[in-house]
Design a binder for this molecule. Structure first.
Ligand SMILES: NC(=O)C1=CN([C@@H]2O[C@H](COP(=O)(O)OP(=O)(O)OC[C@H]3O[C@@H](n4cnc5c(N)ncnc54)[C@H](OP(=O)(O)O)[C@@H]3O)[C@@H](O)[C@H]2O)C=CC1
Ligand SMILES: O=C1O[C@H](COP(=O)(O)O)[C@@H](O)[C@H](O)[C@H]1O
Length: 517
């Protein structure tokens, strides 16, 4: 397929009709091999294997057709790898004997292969192991499905892609496939990202590449399109005439613990804002797609990104928490921001003049991620209710998933006075007993089903880097100095001042508290 062309791959499973083109569907009958590259690492044990286990537990990975391989350089045995993972699968929430038995059965599907990332030897061995398993499962040649999950530092992506292409591809196309899942950070700026995309693009077609951003797998992020486009309430209000400002916020109440070396090379903008928060912005700001087909949705996301104006220096506040440099893996004079507030402005008919405030920070006073849409004041206010605060529509991504609307109502009682209250859809309360799947679980299932809707397309990634590269280069060149802030605080006060300047009006004396059961 030529570059610049996107096509929809066949996909199966219980998707609704708008996701599937029936004329293109090829039955998938071959066995499935999931190969976790970098199996010895942090992400693999904390996220990838637990997500695979949950899929297995719910019957999405069938023992008679699936096998899981771990691959890394470390010289460890199958049993050693299993022992590393085991603790992450035995959750405190479910300590039943059936659960432990399920864990033990699942671990038996995992085989470990040791090898380097840049020589054929290891990958030939890996291919041999996969092929043996395919023969054992009586998969017809060419019908087998091979999913390679890169739980690896991006520096080795090019060589790993070359090795897979040379040694490990599904042999022909009898409904089988080879797909790769690549983790962020995908490059460090526009140039390095494009270089990486070109390397990978020479070896794999776009429908084979799944650029994962786990925020796209979160329940309430996936709810955004439904909320916006399936509700008459929002359609007429979602624009510059009614909305004053939008905040997309990520806070963590812990520092870079154990990942200081990695983090210092990237900083909070590359770690969180350029990917997770920007993806959320796309879903908040994009126009209605023609349909739910992945390419239609991604086309609209690209348009929003391409409409973002250059970031102004005076609309950026950077911070670094005190004690960050005490980490021995962080250089003594590091200039890396652990906090940033950045205002993006979208130059289109819907959003002209509405600031999109992206804020992310480590070692702050709480852990939460949310979208806060603040509406303009009511014109001709006869109740003098402005002092109580504006209408806000808040989507709490985590923790305690919720959607609530802050609005003004009559204070119950004899007097005619107003008070701020909320319409509250708290998930724990409304959906009791429903388990919200982990983001990785959902996204890995999508990769198996061939649904690229919740993955980042190459042109999307390019547009995202175009927005942030000038600012990032400025930071790397020491043109911006992060302001020091106390761990456990709200971050630099300058960030709150910037918010106020952008038009955000804080509601004083009123805080939404998630309802308890
Ligand atoms: N950890 C997390 O919470 C998150 C991670 N990510 C991304 O996922 C990917 C993997 O992350 P994580 O598991 O934390 O990474 P790790 O540093 O744990 O690396 C994973 C494995 O890769 C191998 N490795 C490490 N450094 C190198 C190197 N310089 N050259 C070659 N191989 C190396 C090691 O295996 P061996 O030596 O055995 O070959 C290691 O076990 C990264 O792209 C990361 O940015 C994304 C979101 C969250
Ligand atoms: O990608 C990353 O995300 C985590 C936060 O993920 P969450 O799902 O717990 O919100 C962050 O801690 C990490 O620095 C970053 O690389």
């Amino acid at each position: 397929m030529g570059s610049g062309q996107w096509c929809i791959e066949n996909r199966s499973g219980n998707r609704n009709d708008s996701f599937v083109r029936k004329d293109e569907a090829v039955p998938e009958t071959g066995c499935l091999s999931i190969i976790v590259l970098g199996a010895s690492g942090d992400l693999a044990k904390k996220k990838t294997f637990p997500a695979l286990f949950n899929l297995y537990r719910q019957g999405f990975l069938q023992p008679d057709e699936v096998h899981i391989f771990g691959y890394a350089r470390s010289k460890i045995s199958d049993e050693e790898l299993r022992n590393r993972i085991r603790g992450y699968l035995l959750s405190d929430k479910n300590a039943s004997p059936e659960h432990s038995e399920g864990v033990s059965k699942f671990l038996q599907f995992i085989k470990y292969v040791s090898g380097s990332y840049d020589t054929e030897e290891g990958f030939q061995l890996l291919d041999k192991e996969i092929s043996e398993h395919e023969i054992l499962k009586k998969s017809q040649e060419g019908s087998a499905r091979r999913l390679f999950y890169f739980a690896l530092p991006p520096s080795v992506y090019p060589s790993v892609c070359r090795m897979i292409k040379r040694c490990c591809m599904n042999r022909s196309d009898l409904g089988g496939w080879t797909r790769i899942v690549v983790e962020k950070p995908f490059g460090k700026d526009l140039h390095s990202s494009e270089q990486l995309s070109s390397h990978i693009g020479e070896l794999f077609d776009e429908p084979q590449i799944y650029r994962i951003d786990h925020y796209l797998g979160k329940e309430l992020v996936q709810n955004l399109l439904v909320l916006r486009f399936a509700n008459r309430f929002f359609l007429p209000l979602w624009n510059r005439d009614n909305i004053d400002n939008v905040q997309i916020v990520f806070r963590e109440d812990f520092g870079t613990e154990g990942r200081g070396g990695y983090f210092d090379e990237y900083g909070i903008i590359r770690d969180i804002i350029q990917n997770h928060l920007l993806q959320v912005l796309c879903l908040v700001a994009m126009e209605k797609p023609v349909s739910l087909k992945p390419e239609h949705i991604r086309d609209e996301k690209v348009k929003v990104l391409q409409s973002v104006l250059p970031i102004k220096d005076e609309e950026v506040v950077l911070g670094q928490y005190e004690g960050y440099r005490d980490d021995p893996t962080v250089p003594d004079h590091s200039n890396t921001p652990t906090f940033a507030t950045v205002i993006l402005r979208i130059h289109n008919e819907r959003w002209e003049g509405v600031p999109f405030i992206l804020k992310a920070g480590k070692a702050l006073n709480s852990r939460k991620a949310e979208i806060r849409v603040q509406f303009k004041d009511v014109p001709g206010d006869i109740f003098k209710c402005q002092k109580q605060g504006r209408n806000e529509f808040v989507i709490r991504l985590q923790p305690s998933e919720a959607i609530y609307m802050k609005l003004t109502v009559k204070q119950p009682g004899l007097e005619m006075s107003t008070v701020q209250s909320e319409l509250d859809l708290s998930y724990k309360q409304r959906y009791q007993g429903v388990t919200i799947p982990e983001a990785y679980e959902r996204l890995i299932l999508d990769t198996i089903r061939g649904d690229q809707q919740h993955f980042v397309r190459r042109d999307e990634l390019k547009a995202a880097w175009e927005i942030f590269t000038p600012l990032l280069h400025g930071i790397d060149n020491g043109e911006f100095k992060p302001i020091s802030y106390q761990p456990g605080s709200r971050g630099p006060v300058e960030a709150d001042e910037l918010l106020a300047k952008a038009g955000y009006v804080q509601t004083h004396g009123y805080i939404w508290v998630p309802p308890s059961l």
